[in-house]
Design a protein around this ligand. Structure first.
Ligand code: IPM
Ligand code: MG
Length: 367
């Protein structure tokens, strides 16, 4: 059988630096665990725009459809702020999500004990935090039609449409219930059924799908209350399932509870392919961080942990995923810190590649 294939899209800013460390980790698994991947690399975002005049070339899109999993760094940067909306770096990312039909975006928010004091919340509120946000990623107000800026009665009006079909809600509901079964069996669904029809339908479909998952506890929360509960008592949650826009906002909120965006991975999953693996793209939650790009300051952990999610969700290698996650945790516990993980200026932070070295050393030690 041929090796599983990976398409690496480092993108812009720190995406390139953090992905370089992920490549070393991928090689380690080939050398030491006989988990060998066929790796190819291509451009996305501003980097693609610079070469092709588009944030995602059709050939790259076609490759993404063929591989077993895509690993993406980050897109965007100040050089591209004034580009036409249709060719902004973000459009490349959104096209990948939409055309691969990656409807379930898994965003874990886990608080590493060594970092609990970095949270803006008190240690006892966040220590041990382990929640999973399942964000619908291919529909809702990000893609609904009509959309645009139109003339109406002599003035311009900006329009986006919140739109969900039953089938779209049904499939993300199943993803959330399935995940909850592998965790603590609790799902909280968030919408605004008090003001939005799409929210009423969302709640109804959640209830309907729940009939098939009676072993999982389902409850509903208005998304604004959900935001409040996330900062009041985040440990009440196990799995949260919500739409595209609420999920964008709530996942940033949940992420920051953990103290650093530099630690958080994500997985975007679609329907199973012919080989049984889901269509999948893995990316860190953080952005391209243009302010520190190219300086070797970025924390590669979120991108490395995204590869761990790939091992678990695409390659059925849960034990190896845990090995990698444990290595990252050990490095943190040992006090190794990139600049984003330091509160004072006194100590000396490690560089991106030194963080990679430390994680590789911890992996070696795990054998
Ligand atoms: C995210 C980001 C993206 C989004 C942007 C970069 C298009 O904020 O992945 O959360 O809004 O989905
Ligand atoms: Mg976001």
């Amino acid at each position: 059988m041929s090796n599983p294939s990976l398409l690496i899209l480092p993108g812009d800013g720190i995406g390139k630096e953090v992905m370089a460390e992920v490549r070393r980790i991928i090689e380690w698994f080939g050398d030491k665990r006989s988990l060998t991947f066929d790796v190819s690399e291509d451009l996305v975002g501003g980097a693609a725009y610079d070469v092709h005049g588009t944030p995602l070339h059709d050939d790259t899109m076609a490759k993404a459809q063929e591989v077993d999993a895509v690993l993406l760094g980050a897109v965007g940067g100040p050089d591209y702020d004034n580009l036409d909306f249709s060719v902004k770096p973000e459009r490349g990312l959104l096209r990948l999500r939409k055309e691969m039909d990656l409807f379930a975006n898994l965003r874990p928010a886990q608080c590493f004990d060594a970092l609990a004091d970095f949270s803006s919340l008190k240690r006892d509120i966040v220590s041990g935090l382990d929640i999973m946000i399942v964000r619908e990623l291919t529909s809702g107000s990000y893609f609904g039609e009509p959309r645009g800026i139109f003339e109406e009665d002599g003035q311009r009006v900006g329009i986006n449409t919140q739109r969900y079909t039953e089938a779209e809600i049904d499939r993300v509901a199943r993803s959330a219930f399935e995940l909850a079964r592998r965790r603590n069996n609790r799902v909280v669904s968030m919408e605004k059924a008090n003001v939005m029809e799409s929210g009423i339908l969302w709640r109804e479909v959640m209830e309907k799908v729940h009939q098939e998952y009676q072993d999982v506890e389902l409850s509903h929360m208005y998304a604004d209350n959900g935001a409040m509960q996330l900062v009041r008592a985040p440990k009440q949650f196990d799995v949260i399932v919500t739409d595209n826009l609420f999920g964008d906002i709530l996942s940033d909120c949940a992420a920051m509870l953990t103290g650093s965006l530099g630690m958080l991975p994500s997985a975007s999953l679609g329907a199973p392919m012919e080989n049984g693996r889901p269509k999948a793209m893995y990316e860190p939650v953080h952005g391209s961080a243009p302010d520190i790009a190219g300086q070797g300051k970025a924390n590669p952990s979120a991108c490395i942990l995204s590869f761990a999610m790939a091992l678990r969700y695409s390659f059925d290698a849960g034990e190896e995923a845990t090995r990698l996650e444990t290595a990252v945790e050990k490095v943190l516990a040992d006090g190794v810190r990139t600049a984003d993980l330091m509160q004072t200026e006194e100590a000396q932070p490690v560089s991106t590649s030194q963080m990679g070295d430390a994680i590789l050393a911890a992996l070696d030690a795990s054998l």
